[in-house]
Write a protein that binds this ligand. Structure first.
Ligand code: SF4
Length: 178
């Protein structure tokens, strides 16, 4: 049986959602019989396979131009996109910077009053977007897994249900599968 190809992406988030994914413990071992991790911080592969993946889980909010570009590539290369955790779903903590000027923030961090050369590092640091956005504001998202982070059991149930062809639906605080 062909394995389902899964990618995971890490935008503006604390990596807690990826930790929660790894915390599904033995279920992860069962899943590995059925899925193949492609590009992911877990595998350290950076690029989507040419022929795409079945599912991409995206952690974190969209905060800079590089995130925007990767989000668009992820949508193009993935049959299903899952927003993993509250930063991806709502913007959450990274969005607390909204309302501040990105240029003034960068100037304050890298400008002449703070660094010895005072040069803004746009050759190596992606430009910040005018405001942090939840994932669904920049690409269509198929499923949303709430939580900060989503509990490991919820992630496991969602992945197993998708593998079994069920449709997850949030009922109250729990996922049900039709
Ligand atoms: Fe971290 Fe919570 Fe954001 Fe996940 S949703 S990246 S755990 S802050």
């Amino acid at each position: 049986m062909d394995k389902v190809r899964v990618a995971t992406v890490w935008f503006s988030g604390c990596a807690g959602c990826h930790m929660s994914l790894l915390d599904i413990d033995e279920t992860l071992i069962d899943l590995l019989d059925r899925i193949q991790f492609c590009n992911s911080p877990i595998t350290d592969l950076k690029v989507f396979p040419e022929d795409g993946v079945d599912v991409t889980l995206i952690e974190g909010a969209v905060a800079n131009e590089e995130h925007l570009e990767i989000a668009r590539t992820a949508r193009e290369k993935s049959k299903i996109i899952i927003a993993l955790g509250d930063c991806a779903v709502t913007g959450n903590i990274p969005a607390l910077r909204n309302g501040m000027s990105p240029d003034r923030m960068i100037e304050a961090i890298y400008g002449p009053e703070t660094t010895t050369n005072g040069e803004l590092p746009y050759d190596v640091v992606p430009r910040l977007l005018d405001r942090v956005r939840p994932l669904h504001e920049v690409i269509p998202v198929d499923y949303f897994l709430h939580g900060c982070p989503p509990p490991p059991g919820v992630i496991a149930k969602a992945l197993l249900a998708l593998l079994d062809g069920a449709t997850p639906e949030l009922v109250g605080d729990d996922l049900k599968f039709g």
